[in-house]
Structure formats: structure tokens, C-alpha cells
Design a protein. Structure first.
Length: 260
């Protein structure tokens, strides 16, 4: 039986995990991130998910993790040792990514942004811009030579909405979905318009400026993250959405770190 690879991207709000058998992504899941989760709790969660596919923890041979929540990186390492009998590959300094990072302090770049860049280069080549709609909305610039040139960080969609409704006494939290019109005729409609069309405008403004610095309007773009499907259709600079971009990048980095 083929040994399975568990690829995990730990974000501030959500964790996305995928199960690879050789080159094939057999399944993937989206979980809430809890920073105090222990290795044993992770084992229970993954055991339940795997059992739904007729699999068990014993079938997982290797683990690769990108994490922006430092306490969880060590717990995934412990999970791999205790339940999979292997060492987890934690994406960070010293990991072979094949991505030259050209910013002043390369250690400042989040692992998720490195992983997304690796996948985007594999799919699009360079130059390109990667936009990730997560807890933060991040923008990554990739040169024509496949180098990570830097980026921008803006508030995330959900974080912005939560901050607004928490600070404005008469604004209640609303469910985000397609607004009926740009000009809202209710408070809820006005909130949806402001958040969704507002973020679309923010994205277009930044991506346009990124393209100018990278070489012009023909620079390729790609979007990922939980809110991409809600925002991207209302943008003029983004069209390609890949919700599994990070998992694809993790698989590529895992391959690049295998001993020949």
C-alpha cells in the first residue's frame, strides 16, 4: 500500500489539511485552528477524518506542515513522532523550497506565503501576483526569475467585519453573501456592499500597483483562501482561483526535500 502524505497548512483562523497518495490528492479538510490543541487532540481529529475514508493513522507515512501559529508547529511534530513514526517537515528556515526570497529579512516571510509562491510559480511561472484571502489579505509579488520580491498585508474580510460591528453599537454582524446592489437599501445590505465591493476595490488597487512594479498589465495573478470565491468575481484584476494552492505548494516542497 502506498504510504500517505499528510499536508497541513495551519492558519490563524483555519487549518487546511490534504491527504496525498503519490501525486494524487485523495481528500482535503478545513478545520478551525485552536492554538492550544495538543498532539493527542490532533490525533483524535485526524483519526476521525481518516476513518470516514476507511483509513487509519497508521496509513500516514509522512507529514509536511506550514504554520503561522508557532505552538502548533511543535504539536504537529509530536503528532508525527508519536502516531506516524516519522519526523514532520516543518516549512521554515533551512527547508529546501527552490524559492529565492529577496526581502531584507527572509525569516519575516510567513511559511504560508512561501508555500503559495512555490505553487503559483509552478502553475503560472513568473512574474505573478498571489492574493490570499485569509485572516489577513496578503499579496505576494513573484519576479520573472521566480524570486519572492515582497508583498503587502491588509486586514482580512472577516476580521474587518468583526472589528466594525464590535465598535459600532448599531451595526450587527451579518452573513456575507452576494449583495443585491452596490447601493444598499438596508443596513445589512449596506454592510455587505461595503465589505465585498470595498475589498474588491482594495484588491484591484494593490494588484494594479504590483503589476506596474513587476512589469506591466500582463503579469499573471492567482487567488486562494476562504473568501476568494466571494471577492474575486467582483474584481477586475483577478480571475483564477485555486482553493488548494497551499496544499499543492506543500506537496512540491515535500518532493524537493526528499533524499535522493
Amino acid at each position: 500500500m502506498t504510504a500517505l502524505l499528510l499536508a497541513v497548512d495551519v492558519g490563524n483562523s483555519h487549518t487546511v489539511a490534504g491527504l496525498y497518495a503519490d501525486a494524487n490528492l485523495e481528500n482535503h479538510w478545513r478545520l478551525a485552528t485552536e492554538s492550544h490543541t495538543t498532539a493527542d487532540q490532533l490525533a483524535v481529529a485526524y483519526s476521525s477524518l481518516l476513518s470516514l475514508q476507511g483509513l487509519s493513522l497508521g496509513g500516514v507515512g509522512e507529514v509536511i506542515v506550514s504554520s503561522v501559529v508557532p505552538p502548533l508547529a511543535s504539536q504537529y511534530q509530536l503528532l508525527a513522532r508519536r502516531y506516524f513514526g516519522s519526523e514532520a517537515l516543518i516549512v521554515g528556515p533551512g527547508t529546501k523550497t527552490g524559492l529565492p526570497v529577496m526581502i531584507n529579512n527572509p525569516h519575516e516571510v510567513g511559511a504560508d506565503r512561501v508555500v503559495n509562491a512555490v505553487a503559483a510559480i509552478d502553475i503560472l511561472g513568473g512574474p505573478c501576483v498571489v492574493v490570499d484571502f485569509g485572516t489577513a489579505t496578503t499579496f505576494c509579488a513573484i519576479s520573472g526569475a521566480g524570486e519572492y520580491m515582497g508583498g503587502a498585508i491588509a486586514p482580512g474580510v472577516e476580521v474587518s467585519l468583526e472589528a466594525l460591528t464590535a465598535r459600532a453599537a448599531r451595526l450587527a454582524r451579518v452573513e456575507l453573501f452576494e449583495p443585491e446592489a452596490v447601493i444598499g437599501r438596508t443596513t445589512a445590505g449596506s454592510l455587505r456592499s461595503g465589505v465585498i465591493f470595498g475589498f474588491a476595490g482594495l484588491v484591484d488597487g494593490l494588484v494594479t500597483r504590483f503589476k506596474l512594479e513587476l512589469g506591466g498589465p500582463e503579469v499573471a495573478t492567482i487567488a486562494t483562501g476562504g473568501f476568494a470565491g466571494l471577492i474575486v468575481p467582483h474584481t477586475q484584476t483577478l480571475s483564477l482561483i485555486d482553493p488548494l494552492l497551499t496544499l499543492k505548494g506543500l506537496k512540491l516542497i515535500h518532493e524537493r526535500n526528499q533524499k535522493k
